[in-house]
Design a binder for this molecule. Structure first.
Ligand SMILES: *[C@@H]1O[C@H](CO)[C@@H](O)[C@H](O)[C@H]1NC(C)=O
Ligand SMILES: *[C@@H]1O[C@H](CO)[C@@H](O)[C@H](O)[C@H]1NC(C)=O
Length: 253
């Protein structure tokens, strides 16, 4: 329980944008980020999916470095977590140097985290994540897949979201290089078509898309690849995300 509480507290601190720092080397900071966070559109996300290719986790397995795609809701964050940390931290995730621990998760502010199964993932594998708004649930269902099998699931009455963005989050003692990684076959479906929705992502720092398109006038948005640059913690990290905004579309694409 202690472990879970610490993680919850850490995530909350980040999400709420409180200052990191404090005693010793403890910190909670954000690096490369890409996506849509401040939409004023009427449309909500009814379905989303993406596949993360995380690559090898940072050397040393210091607690804690987390990758996640997230959907902000009124009082929380729908947020599958891909974390690199010391192997003792999660009971079911005795990870080696080449592995991540992954689980579906919903963080309800301030301190309630609902987590799905925790499973080990090789850095060379791909993790597919799907989200679907379910009226009966009153929120999003979340499914994680490894090698075609569903490995972790969470459903919560989260309410609806207008945002979808990726983040790299650095907590506690973690410092050092976080390798470049990417999200492929990202597809976001809105409640109603909005031809402007996907064109201007609010978040684009040390990360870019190769292309953003909508085949149906703004109901479905497709990003073949989101490329997240290599980053160095803490150099490239702040309390709210990587310092330098870069291009939305990657150079040469
Ligand atoms: C929505 O969730 C309910 C409750 O878990 C489930 O029975 C139902 O099949 C889901 N609906 C859809 C459309 O998947
Ligand atoms: C995404 O990353 C994976 C793993 O590093 C790599 O094999 C793949 O080629 C990358 N995909 C694209 C489209 O860049």
């Amino acid at each position: 329980m202690l472990t879970l509480l610490v993680l919850v507290a850490a995530l909350v601190a980040c999400v709420a944008g409180q200052r990191g720092g404090g005693a010793g080397s403890q910190h909670w900071k954000h690096g490369p980020t890409f996506g849509w966070r401040t939409s004023r559109s009427k449309s909500y996300i009814i379905e989303a999916e993406t596949t993360l290719h995380p690559g090898l986790p940072p050397a040393g397995k210091l607690p804690r470095l987390a990758l996640w795609p997230g959907l902000d809701t009124k009082d929380g964050l729908v947020q599958p977590i891909i974390v690199s940390t010391k192997k003792e931290e999660y009971a079911k995730c005795k990870t080696t140097e080449t592995q991540w621990c992954v689980f579906a998760s919903y963080l309800k502010y301030p301190l309630t985290q609902k987590m799905g199964n925790q499973v080990v993932m090789e850095g060379t594998d791909a993790l597919t994540m799907k989200f679907k708004y379910n009226k009966t649930v009153g929120g999003y269902e979340q499914w994680l897949y490894l090698k075609g099998s569903m490995v972790s699931y969470v459903a919560s009455p989260t309410g609806m979201s207008k945002s979808f963005y990726t983040d790299v989050e650095c907590q506690q003692d973690h410092v050092g290089v976080v390798k470049a990684h990417n999200y492929t076959e990202t597809k976001i479906t809105l409640s109603e078509a909005d031809p402007q929705w996907g064109l201007n992502p609010s978040n684009h720092a040390m990360a870019c898309a190769d292309k953003i398109s909508t085949p149906d006038g703004g109901k479905t948005w497709i990003v073949p690849t989101i490329r997240v640059s290599e980053s160095v913690a803490l150099r490239d990290y702040t309390n709210s995300g990587a310092v330098k905004p870069g291009p939305v579309i990657c150079a040469g694409r």
